[in-house]
Design a protein around this ligand. Structure first.
Ligand code: PRT
Ligand code: MG
Length: 214
């Protein structure tokens, strides 16, 4: 067996995955927040972690550069999930995908009137599908971050973004007007690796499932 590579992103995914790794007997040898290393060893010589951007996790796993990864449902929906087996909802990094507008903007009236809505978001696929289902005509504007700014400077009427505490919306005079879906992070596995390295990967999947309580 050639060892297992797990792709994680820094920040909340790494922090909330660490206890699950621990339950599977895997302890990282370094903290990616303080180390600049992108490949981090663990107490198990057969398991290493690679640190990538959250949106890149599915790509590394899809092409087999990592065997496993942890990615938000938001990220997986935009990626499309090709080549990925998604066996487990880890119930971590939870938040909600919401439509939000500036305080005072009459979203319901715009939707009722059938006027075109300008929507800024990083989550173009999810937003497109949501508004198509509602029969709302939208012009989608792709952004890569700080979506909250768009309505404040007239770039968009609404945003589609993730909300957890709601503090970011509040601080920018925005209000959530619609929930699109609940979001949590999932374990993703390269489909070929699951077959070729089954003896190494399956016990990990079982241990993660037990740690999550499934
Ligand atoms: O930050 P970076 O640009 O590197 O990448 P990223 O934002 O994709 O990664 P990261 O680590 O911030 O998020 C990883 C995953 O965590 C996401 O893919 C989500 O599945 C999940 N998650 C859970 C969140 C949040 N909660 C969250 N609150 N991701 C982002 N946010 C942001 C949100 O976009 C908004 O800007 O936090 C802000 C709102 O937070 P509140 O608490 O003010 O409501
Ligand atoms: Mg972020």
């Amino acid at each position: 067996m050639s060892g297992i590579t797990i792709a994680l992103s820094k920040g909340r995914i790494f922090e909330e995955t660490t206890p699950l790794l621990k339950a599977a007997g895997i302890v990282p040898l370094e903290d990616p927040e303080s180390s600049r290393k992108l490949i981090i060893g663990t107490n198990n010589p057969d398991v290493r972690l690679i640190i990538v951007r959250a949106t890149d996790v599915p790509t590394y796993v899809q092409y087999g550069a990592a065997d496993l990864g942890v990615a938000g449902k938001d990220v997986l929906l935009e990626h499309g999930g090709a080549g990925l087996y998604q066996p487990l909802d880890l119930q971590i990094a939870k938040c909600r995908m919401m439509v939000a507008v500036q305080q005072g903007f009459d979203y319901e009236r715009h939707v009722r009137q059938g006027s075109r809505l300008k929507v800024a978001t990083k989550y173009v696929q999810t937003a497109r599908e949501h508004f198509a289902k509602k029969g709302v005509h939208v012009d989608l504007i792709k952004l890569y971050g700080s979506m909250e700014l768009a309505p404040l400077v007239g770039l968009a009427d609404a945003i589609v973004d993730l909300v957890s505490s709601g503090n970011t919306l509040k601080a920018n005079n925005l209000v959530a007007v619609e929930e699109i879906m609940q979001i949590s992070s999932r374990l993703v596995v390269n489909q070929a690796a699951l077959k070729l390295k089954h003896a190494a990967i399956q016990p990990l999947l079982d241990q993660f499932a037990a740690a999550v309580g499934k």
